[in-house]
Design a protein around this ligand. Structure first.
Ligand code: TMP
Length: 261
């Protein structure tokens, strides 16, 4: 399988075509953005960690029957994924109130929700990904009623699984964002999980100290983002104790190689 042309570039990832029309390569950048691109930076090693963490979580989800786009990780920054037609909705799942929910509705930060809350945002950077109702999705045909019902069922299973997975390693899953896409096979369309699940797209707090182990370290200028993401990877068993420096070393090595070219 050969890597082809860039077909899409988002804020944190690039999608390349491949010699197989059904597969694409998803490349994880080191770029970090927040508040709809108003705050930007490059954090060396972030893409490497997100690639590994997302691969780990999506593989585990496959094992419990959640169909998703991951085929296999190729290298430190790239994975082969199935080409899907992305549904233009960001599905936000919340277990504890924080972030935009507390600002929007005046709910106290840290309030435990009695049930997971699913919110929908239209995936449109120009409009700042506005919050929308399920009725908007149906009114403008962004997804069908059947697709939404299927997605909601998958979301609740994903949430239950991830609460357990992170809970087992001393991390609280506060909230996260998911994206889904339509996969066409044998002329039929099926909705599957796509994009990434990583500390860029989740809020993860240490169970004992409430220390933030996610992109809020960048959003709120808390610093030490790489050590926090590395901590998540280590606790999930992806990186081993002594490999603390290896992510940074590999990133440095690959940038040296790039400069030499
Ligand atoms: P929010 O509180 O800012 O609405 O974010 C809710 C969750 O969704 C949080 O885990 C971060 C994630 N998220 C993204 O992954 N991408 C986004 O563009 C936004 C706004 C949030």
């Amino acid at each position: 399988m050969k890597k082809g042309k860039k077909i899409y570039e988002g804020k944190a990832k690039i999608i390349y075509s491949t010699s197989d029309k059904d597969l694409v390569i998803q490349y994880f950048k080191d770029d970090a953005t927040a508040f709809n691109n108003q705050k930007k930076s490059t954090i060396e090693g972030k893409g490497v960690l997100n690639n590994r963490i997302s691969e780990h979580i999506l593989s585990k989800l496959s094992q419990i029957g959640i169909k998703n786009h991951l085929v296999k990780r190729l290298n430190m920054r790239e994975q082969v994924v199935k080409l899907v037609e992305i549904i233009p909705i960001e599905f936000i799942v919340r277990n504890v109130a924080t972030g935009s929910l507390t600002k929007r509705l005046g709910i106290e930060d840290g309030t435990i929700l009695k049930e997971p809350l699913i919110e929908y945002c239209l995936k449109d950077d120009k409009l700042g990904d506005p919050l929308i109702a399920e009725e908007h999705i149906l009114a403008f045909d962004w997804a069908s009623k059947t697709e939404i019902e299927k997605v909601k069922k998958m979301i609740l299973r994903i949430n239950d699984f991830m609460i357990g997975m992170f809970g087992g390693v001393g991390i609280k899953l506060i909230d996260f964002k998911l994206e889904f896409g339509r996969l066409t096979s044998n002329g039929k369309k099926e909705v599957i999980l796509a994009d990434e699940i990583s500390p860029d797209t989740c809020r993860l707090w240490d169970s004992v100290t409430d220390k933030k182990l996610d992109k809020d370290r960048f959003r709120k200028d808390l610093g030490d983002l790489i050590p926090a993401y590395t901590e998540v990877a280590k606790r999930l068993g992806i990186l081993h104790e002594q490999s603390n420096l290896s992510v940074v070393n590999v990133t440095k090595l690959s940038s040296i190689k790039r400069k030499r070219k």
